[in-house]
Design a binder for this molecule. Sequence first.
Ligand code: UD1
Ligand code: CA
Length: 470
Amino acid sequence: MDICAVVMAAGNSTRMKSAHSKVVHQVAGKPIIKWVADALYKAGCSEQVYIVGDKQEEIRNVLGESVAYIFQEKRLGTGHAVMQAAPFLEGRDGYTIVLPGDSPMVSEETIRKAVDKITEEEELAAVVITAVAEDPTGYGRLVRDGSGNVLRIVEHKDADEEELKIKEINSSMYVFKTSLLLSALGRLSAKNSQKEYYLTDTIGILIGDGYTVGSVVCDFEDTLGVNDRMQLMQACQIMNRRILRKHMANGVQILDESSTWIHCAVEIGQDTIILPGTTLMGNTVIGEDCIIGENSRLDCVQVGDGTVIDYSVATQCIIGNDCRIGPFSHIRPDSRINDHVTIGAYVEVKNSSIDDYSRARHLTYIGDSTVGKNVNFGCGTVTCNYDGQDKVGCVIEDNVFIGGNSNILSSVVLGKDSYIAAGSTITNDVPALGLGIGRSKQVNKEDWVAKKNRLRGASFIKLDNRRSEV
Ligand code: UD1
Ligand code: CA
């Protein structure tokens, strides 16, 4: 069967008030236009042509070269948009799916239903996908005769009082017999309140020709068009709710639907708990029995099983099994944290690998470094990986114990089983089994306070009143 799709995406996105085309804005981690393309692919339609306008580069960047593009020079309406595809459609005798580029909720099932209907019911010239809206304001309305047959579509701005009462709306998604679509497009006029060539008028024209037009009613949510920021928020919320429900159906526990945001490509294992305020982005994959959150953001992170991540941010990194991350940890790109590792409060890790059972529980920076197994970072350890020009970390071998408040300079190797004395600045390698001390020796001056008459006693200092009066 010859089936192709025309997607209208040349609009100016005026109501979105954005420097970008509305169709490249993201819903659940995927650009709106990509949702449309993927629904078409899933419904079995791979031949897709996109009607694009001034912002076409952005759309090409999202969809790539596996689909076709046609430039619509002037935006004269949805009918005019589809007319631009005429050279592509002429001579074909199958069916054409027409979709708006701004409807991310469109489902493959709905497209399939409409395609099945038009292919099974010979007499149909077109199938309109409709929905019943509680508040149909702004949408085109489906006008039917007394027996329920489709007669035409009237735009909100052109509708009379009776027509405005109709709750069945035009989703702007259709399947046409290609030859009849072309014939109707050739007869559109812009004699309406918006002076545009309405695609919706093709339906009335085909009925006038004596053809029959069918309809498929879908869920109103599936038709949501994103024209402004309010609708973008609604689309994000609806899509997010669907994604959360899918994870819950798969055995993931989610405590709060309203503060948990999960992108469409994220995978989560069974019995993992997602606490409030958590955002999981990109292609993040989380194993089983983890606890993520509260208030954590993971972007393209791979997490093993049994790991707990609390009030933390992680980006483009790998975290293994049974790790304890947070509160307030920052794991930056290209970090690889193996199993049973503890990364605690105010610890930042960047482009480093940390092997099993190592611990950095507080106030530590590990950058560009290689850390072995069972290493202990004392509070306040810093790998001094940046000399102002180059970034080179250090190598810390298995079982090293680093005392608190130590600086380990670029390229230094701390040998296996060595110790670093607290407060050291280590500039040279420390041999295996050795102790590195890099600090000045302590000197005690006996009775210094008495001799200098510096006894402080119990002097109480009045604190500033830092709080506003209630
Ligand atoms: C359209 C329908 C309306 C339907 C609603 C559903 C018409 C006349 N109206 O109205 O019946 O209820 O969708 O959401 O079709 N576009 C172009 N070139 C143009 C004009 C528009 O490519 O010259 C594209 C837009 O980028 C958009 C799509 O067509 O992706 C729909 O256009 P839009 O202006 O959003 O139509 P609505 O007013 O929503
Ligand atoms: Ca729209």
